[in-house]
Ligand binder design. Structure first.
Ligand SMILES: Cc1ncc(COP(=O)(O)O)c(C=O)c1O
Length: 457
């Protein structure tokens, strides 16, 4: 007998929802049933998924940004086969393996002013490293973060989370302080206390898709440095080409002190994270041989993750995905922008490269205002949820609402998409908007179901 993965997958086909309901977070299958997202996917390639009935879905979510190089990328798959076949002496722990060195070299070549890399296994771990490095290097305790920020959900990262719905009930957190996104005056005021280690900021906030005002990062960096504090750019979502630059901070004239990456560096296969920092910060944290393991992670530099990362970066370079993200992102934003005039429920389109937010807002006409007000009264964000569900149910396009209590949907497709996917999305979204602007029909019936669920939960 022995272990037979294909046999296991075939024998238990379709039982995922049942097993999750029984053994894992029970709210996930409940939520997916409620919004009709309860599909059984059997295959994935590039920007598409296929369910067990052979239906194709366009993936404008990319696993929350993991699939920068597309799903099942053949170069990354080959690298993983090769690294297994190489039978490397992996995770010896007391050696200096080649692959982490090569990945650090490659990443840092794309990050002017940063000198060293620390590898871990997820975005939140990269943030934890950044927070600890900033505190130790400056000898200060307080980290500043922005309203609506999202940096992960472990306790340190949660301490710099800008949304109450994540924080509530997990106190006490670290003594950090929030400032409005992009507000230099608020930053300066906090810095005057003299106890700030650094500011952590997403150059494009994932929640709500807000792009940092031009010049903010450079001005913030100068202010922080004047007060002996550091600039940490969290590029877990925006890094590795997403915004049309290798790192999103490169849209501004700034060299952050610490940068975090994860998600797309995985090539879509092996969890990985990294904190990149200036040399002097590493010199302080790892100041003596005694302190060699003062911040470390057992799986941090494992060969599979490093090989996948190297392969992903090679695909990004060879297929020029950074400039594709810039160009295709602009095309998609322009197309959607053109719809703002046409559809009164669509208030704004914003973003950078291939992270795009579409915000809905109060309609002018009375016919639509009644339905809109009903949804708003029950819970903010339900209209955006209605759009996400309609895109999925009627057009097989996978997207997400960009955070709780926000009428914003977020597009985060693989960086490999081209005109075909832009047109596919445009057509689907236009039809959903046409339906929504009728003010009645199936879409609004579903809206009423969401309202009932919101008031009874
Ligand atoms: C900006 C940012 N930082 C950190 C994280 C946390 O990453 P992970 O889920 O890998 O812990 C995320 C995840 O969405 C993120 O978007």
């Amino acid at each position: 007998m022995g272990f037979d993965l294909p046999g296991l997958l075939a024998g238990r086909r379709g039982q995922g929802y049942e097993l999750h309901a029984r053994y894992l977070n029970p709210q996930l299958p409940r939520m997916l049933h409620a919004i009709g997202f309860d599909k059984v996917y059997e295959r994935a390639e590039g920007a598409y998924l296929w369910d067990r009935d052979g239906n194709r879905y366009a993936d404008f979510l990319a696993g929350f940004g993991v699939f920068g190089v597309g799903r099942g990328n053949p170069v990354v798959r080959q690298a993983l086969h090769s690294v297994l076949d190489a039978e490397l002496a992996d995770m010896v722990q007391f050696d200096c393996a080649l692959l982490p060195g090569l990945l650090a070299e490659k990443l840092l070549a794309n990050a002017d002013g940063l000198d060293r890399a620390y590898f871990c296994n997820s975005g939140t771990e990269a943030v934890e490293a950044a927070l600890k490095f900033a505190r130790y290097a400056t000898g200060r305790k307080r980290i500043l973060y922005c309203d609506h920020a999202f940096h992960g959900l472990t306790t340190g990262s949660l301490s710099v989370n800008g949304s109450q719905e994540f924080r509530r009930g997990f106190d006490p957190l670290l003594p950090d302080a929030v400032i409005p996104f992009g507000d230099l005056d608020a930053l300066e005021k906090e810095l005057r206390n003299g106890d700030v280690a650094g500011l952590i900021v997403e150059p494009v906030q994932g929640k709500g898709v807000h792009v940092v005002p031009p010049g903010f990062l450079a001005a913030a960096s100068a202010l922080l440095h004047d007060h002996g504090a550091l600039l940490i750019c969290d590029e877990v979502q925006t890094g590795i080409g997403r915004t049309g630059r290798f790192f999103a901070y490169q849209h501004d004239d700034v060299e952050p002190d610490i940068v975090t990456v994860a998600k797309a560096l995985s090539g879509g296969f092996v969890p990985v994270g990294a904190a990149l920092a200036k040399n002097w910060i590493f010199e302080k944290v790892y100041s003596s041989m005694d302190r060699v393991l003062v911040h470390d992670s057992t799986f941090g530099s494992n060969a599979a993750a490093m090989a996948a990362g190297l392969a992903a970066l090679s695909v990004i370079e060879d297929e020029q995905l950074v400039s594709n993200a810039e160009q295709t992102g602009k095309l998609l934003r322009d197309v959607l922008q053109g719809m703002v005039e046409e559809y009164e429920l669509l208030a704004e389109v914003r973003g950078q490269g291939l992270i795009i937010g579409m915000e809905f807002g109060k309609p002018r006409s009375l016919k639509l205002r009644t339905g809109w007000n009903m949804l708003q009264a029950a819970r903010r964000g339900l209209f955006a949820q209605m759009v996400v569900v309609a895109l999925f149910q009627n057009h097989r396009v996978l997207t997400q609402v960009s955070g709780d209590f926000m009428d914003v949907i977020k597009l985060l497709p693989p960086l490999t998409i081209g005109e075909a996917e832009v047109h596919l999305f445009r057509d689907a979204f236009a039809e959903v908007m046409r339906d929504a602007h009728k003010g009645s029909g199936l879409m609004w019936d579903f809206g009423r179901t969401l309202v009932r669920q919101a008031v009874t939960r």
